[in-house]
Design a protein around this ligand. Sequence first.
Ligand SMILES: *[C@@H]1O[C@H](CO)[C@@H](O)[C@H](O)[C@H]1NC(C)=O
Ligand SMILES: *[C@@H]1O[C@H](CO)[C@@H](O)[C@H](O)[C@H]1NC(C)=O
Length: 239
Amino acid sequence: MSGPACCSNPPTLDPFSGVGHVEKLGGLDVYLTGSPLSTITILFVSDIYGYEAPIIRKLADRVAASGYYVVLPDYFNGDPFDPENLDRPLPIWIKQHHPDKGFKASQPIIEALKSKGISTIGAAGFCWGAKTVCELAKSNLSQVVVLAHPSSITVEDIDGVNIPIAILGAGLDTITPPEVIKQFERVLDAKSGVDSFVKIFPNVSHGWTLRYNTEDPEAVKAAEEAHQILLDWFNKYLK
Ligand SMILES: *[C@@H]1O[C@H](CO)[C@@H](O)[C@H](O)[C@H]1NC(C)=O
Ligand SMILES: *[C@@H]1O[C@H](CO)[C@@H](O)[C@H](O)[C@H]1NC(C)=O
């Protein structure tokens, strides 16, 4: 996960964006949106830009509007990747915030949700967050997952998933290129009893569901199509 693929169209962070609110849950600050009375939660695991990015919050709000309680934690403890900090290029930031850390950090959040009476958990992981969501899927801590332009995921990881999984890849992705997404697809197709959906969006780059040029109608269309697939996948299994 390095190079410009992670760093085009970085978001302008806004701690006040979205219709939800921030509170502590399971030891982390989390953005919460939707009805706390819903017993179905969807955990969003962000990319390296974290939980104050307006587009991920907007997507969380949209998913919440379908009747879910959506939880978007700050896995980086106030320290998301900053592309303008030239003293800390991505490889150094990643050493401090390794994608492997997200799984452990998610467990107290899931415990806290369960103690509030939440029984069903979907999870969506974007880029950095895909590893965390894949681990949640492998350990059955989530019931249905979506991975968007994943990074740090191996074929073995995908082979360990036995719950419904949707993977959205980018045709121009250099981090998890289409060939690798197709390998994931073959592994999933070979599993009996595991429903999966894999789509490679042709003319988009890594990160396109969250970091797109909102002035470019083609980019907006591709992102919105991905958002709809994500929502439909959760609705199929959680409604
Ligand atoms: C997850 O659930 C599947 C299907 O019920 C089961 O085969 C698998 O062993 C479980 N994995 C773990 C880690 O509990
Ligand atoms: C590919 O995407 C770019 C950027 O969104 C867009 O300007 C261009 O029209 C697209 N090309 C095709 C063939 O769809």
